[in-house]
Design a protein around this ligand. Sequence first.
Ligand SMILES: [Zn+2]
Length: 109
Amino acid sequence: MNDCLTCGAMLAPDKRTFFGFVHVCPPSWTVWCPEEGGTLADGRNFRATDSEEAAKAWAERQDQGEVSIAAGNNCIVHVCPSGAEEPVSIYDVSGEIRTEYYYKARSIA
Ligand SMILES: [Zn+2]
């Protein structure tokens, strides 16, 4: 699989399709957090199908390294299509840390 040079999506070796469907890059969104003094100029750009997915992508990126949002620190973020001047959506972003269990079979002695 190859990655789209624009959005990073996985593509077939023809660099045009994914499982037979012609790839179209999702739109670009700018996301920022005014709570922490951020402005549109501080915003990060994400490729996402809609503003909600862009807000989630921002939270995932924000929590890389030190988990904060997923640890219970909600954050209000503004989202606009990249290039626009005003937010089109405002989200209260939260998360959770899940505990998972694994098993490995052992032989019966
Ligand atoms: Zn793409």
